[in-house]
Design a protein around this ligand. Structure first.
Ligand SMILES: [Zn+2]
Length: 452
């Protein structure tokens, strides 16, 4: 049935009203803001700098200093006893793929990211037309949405593993036009998937780099050793390291990370400056969610719309694990964390990504869980924070604008009540989220998330 013109006009009036009232709740446009006497996280120095004044003008950080002048007319925020850190970036999300299954479109769950202090998200595989619409919506609604860095669909064999979001590429000559199309579409990242061969993968990397795009992979047929030698920029999921480290007869649980294959792979990753995005939180969920209430009833889950929670619950029922396997599953998670520790010790760039909205990987809030898992793996809190800020900014080639609290950068910031260097769980103590100079209340941003 086609609605009448009158019904459409009435609907638009209501929508207009709603957006006007929601705009009234938040700061409509950035002005001049000074945060006085705040401790500022120095990402590269891995420390807090106490007693700083941070001046924001419009979208940008104008000054950071012990004695920075507060400009006339500035809105002054008292930062005493608080901690200012760069806005988080989630390096692994899906805004269209998965969102379809959760029946919650990306524009509806982007506010969850922002309310959790995640001011940017990096997609790692989506249908481009849908992604463009969501990115445009986010651009138009900075008061409720994170910034979106788009990704290609998953470059795969034919037929692709994920029909909705895969792109089967089997002929080398198809690669250049595909990469050009992705560049025109505005993606930052090209992602290769399990059925992508070395022949195609190598071309994706070459053509991607020619176009200034970042290449990453959740690998399968294309071995990590080959992809690293071919110049891939990033490996998604800890599996993309562990599965190619196994000596004959070893499993993910029994793998000796000192075996020659594992040692050589880690040193090749280091030598070729490849970043690794472990996504521990989704792997933990895959292993422990089914029978561990601390995860399937995690308080973060309640923040998601009912439709998303219903999908998660259905997905949970499909996972059958017996209690006898629990010890083995815990060992497997520990091995993933040992891999992360090994990579960190080797000086490899680690990212912080979640794979939200996979089951119970709650948009935004799961990044805090990922940080906790990184610290549990052996990273100092400052290093984990660097993964989720500067390292993630670098992997979307936005480090000149994002990822640290420095003059000239975009004012994407989080003001915390407690010091995350003392306890990483303090990243959850979000007092304000600042997105492009707009000072926002987390509770009000969450108000933009539908409950149903
Ligand atoms: Zn993913």
């Amino acid at each position: 049935m086609i609605p009448s013109r009158r019904a459409v006009a009435a609907f638009l009036a209501v929508v207009g009203c709603l957006s006007a009232s929601s705009a009234g709740r938040v700061q409509a446009a950035p002005g001049i803001v000074a945060i006085k006497n705040v401790s500022v996280f120095d990402v590269t120095g891995a420390r807090m700098l106490p007693g700083r004044t941070v001046v924001i003008e419009g979208e940008l950080i104008k000054a950071v200093g012990a004695a920075a002048d507060v400009p006339v007319g500035a809105t002054v925020l008292d930062g005493s006893g608080k901690f200012l850190i760069p806005g988080f970036i989630d390096a692994h999300v899906h805004l269209v793929h998965l969102a379809d299954r959760t029946h919650v479109p990306g524009d509806e769950f982007l506010p969850m990211f922002l309310a959790a202090g995640v001011t940017s998200v990096r997609s790692t595989g989506d249908a481009v037309a849908g992604e463009q619409r969501i990115a445009r919506f986010a651009e138009e609604h900075p008061e409720t949405c994170s910034r979106v860095f788009m990704c290609s669909p998953l470059v795969d064999g034919d037929p692709p593993f994920h029909k909705d979001v895969g792109k089967g590429l089997t002929k080398a000559e198809e690669v250049a036009p595909f990469v050009e199309e992705m560049k025109r579409a505005g993606v930052t990242t090209l992602k290769m998937y399990v059925g992508c061969t070395r022949e195609i993968g190598r071309r994706v990397i070459e053509e991607g780099h020619r176009q200034g795009l970042v290449t990453t992979g959740h690998l399968g047929l294309y071995a990590a050793q080959d992809a690293v030698a071919d110049g891939i920029d990033c490996l998604e999921h800890v599996w993309s390291v562990l599965d190619y480290s196994l000596a004959r007869g070893e499993t993910r649980v029994t793998c000796d990370l000192k075996n020659p294959r594992a040692v050589q792979l880690v040193s090749a990753i280091k030598e070729h400056h490849v970043a690794v995005d472990p996504t521990l939180v989704v792997h933990r969920n895959m292993l422990l969610l089914a029978d561990q209430p601390e995860f399937n009833q995690h308080p973060d889950n309640a923040k998601a719309p009912e439709r998303m929670r219903e999908y998660w619950q259905r997905a949970l029922q499909e996972r059958a694990f017996t209690p006898e396997t629990l010890a083995e599953r815990r060992k497997e998670l520990r091995k993933y964390q040992d891999v992360v520790a090994e990579l960190y010790r080797a000086g490899i760039t680690l990212l912080a990504g979640t794979d939200s909205p996979e089951p119970f990987v709650c948009p935004g809030f799961s990044l805090h869980q990922e940080l906790e898992l990184l610290v549990e793996s052996g990273l100092p809190p400052a290093a984990a924070l660097k993964c989720a800020t500067l390292n993630n900014a670098r992997i979307v080639r936005a480090e000149s604008r994002l990822g640290s609290v420095e003059p000239g950068k975009v004012a994407d910031l989080v003001l915390l009540e407690r010091n995350p260097l003392e306890d990483i769980r303090s990243t959850r103590s979000v007092a304000k989220v600042i997105r492009g100079g707009r000072v926002l209340e987390p509770g009000e941003i969450l108000g933009a998330v539908p409950r149903k």
